[in-house]
Design a protein. Structure first.
Length: 307
């Protein structure tokens, strides 16, 4: 079955000067895709920007309006790390819309696995706050889009970005129908993600945080990852969504994790095995070394496709 892919030049329009989360990240991925002829072997999807009403499924109205108002006046800061240009709020709705489109198409059977090359990233955006380079939470919106469909009762989100996916955790903390697994460097930004944070109410036990110290080796990382995947296997989700953050690469400037291209290929293979015939979509989060971002994404996609 073919592999679904979203790439679009619109994601370049979120340009805010000297910032690690910059349009050049897409150049790195584009050139690796060209080199490995990725587009030729994929089903490329089109999409619409997310409707404000849909964004409200996971975010407070005030937060959404603040992002639009900030772009409308030409740009500004939503938090010390999160700067918007005049186009950024629009681009964020496109990143959200792309994630939603990929999620729906994977469930509806156009393909079973896919990847969305979007920016800005999303996993730090909480129910009420844009933060940490993230405006809207793309993966949370994609999960909601899947859960609207009849065949999906519960989903699991796997986050292998070097940073804790605090926004995703926040949004689903009391939900039993979304399992959230995050492996992340700790202590590190944003400071959340301790093992004791396991969910609450109906979501008790459906958040699994694996904080790992800086400088660990790959085998320690994979041991932890295997344990996390076992927990998801027991949860038995109908679909898997991945916050694919490549700042867990050993050469990334924003983290101190041990992964490399081979490791991302292995992660892709493990996730494909875990998903089996269920939908499995991945959405780009971090990854700030443009020398290795493109090759890492390609290795991961190859792993997902069993190549
Ligand atoms: Zn990150």
């Amino acid at each position: 079955m073919s592999f679904g892919l979203i790439v679009d030049s619109c994601f370049r329009d979120h340009a805010t000067g000297r910032h690690p989360e910059r349009p050049e990240r897409l150049d790195s991925i584009d050139s690796a895709f060209k080199e490995h002829k990725i587009l030729e072997s994929c089903h490329c999807l089109s999409f619409e920007p997310a409707e404000e009403e849909f964004l409200e499924k996971v975010h407070r109205k005030e937060m959404i309006e603040r992002a639009f108002a900030t772009s409308a006046k030409g740009g500004g800061f939503l938090d010390p790390d999160t700067i918007l240009s005049g186009y950024s709020a629009r681009v964020a709705t496109q990143a959200a819309g792309a994630s939603i489109a990929l999620a729906r198409a994977a469930v509806q059977g156009e393909f079973r696995k896919g990847f969305a090359v979007v920016r800005p990233p999303g996993h730090h955006a909480t129910h009420q706050r844009s933060m940490g380079f993230c405006i809207f939470n793309n993966i949370a919106l994609a999960a909601e889009a899947m859960l609207e469909l009849d065949s999906i009762r519960k989903v699991a989100i796997v986050d292998f970005d070097v940073h804790h996916g605090n926004g995703t955790q926040d949004i689903f903390y009391e939900r039993g129908d979304v399992f959230f697994l995050s492996l992340h460097e700790y202590p590190h930004y944003p400071g959340t993600g301790q093992a004791e944070e396991t969910g609450a109410g109906e979501g008790q036990g459906t958040t699994l945080n694996v904080p790992l110290p800086p400088g660990i080796d790959q085998e320690t990382w994979f041991e932890a990852f295997h344990k996390g995947l076992e927990a998801i296997s027991q949860y038995n989700p109908d679909a898997i969504l991945v916050s694919a953050g490549f700042d867990s690469h050993r050469r990334d400037p924003l983290g101190d994790f041990p992964l490399d291209e081979k490791a991302y290929a292995r992660i892709g293979g493990l996730l494909a095995d875990l998903a089996g015939e269920h939908p499995l979509i991945s959405i780009l989060e971090g990854g700030y070394n443009v020398d290795v971002l493109g090759s890492s994404v390609v290795a991961y996609i190859d792993g997902l496709r069993g190549r």
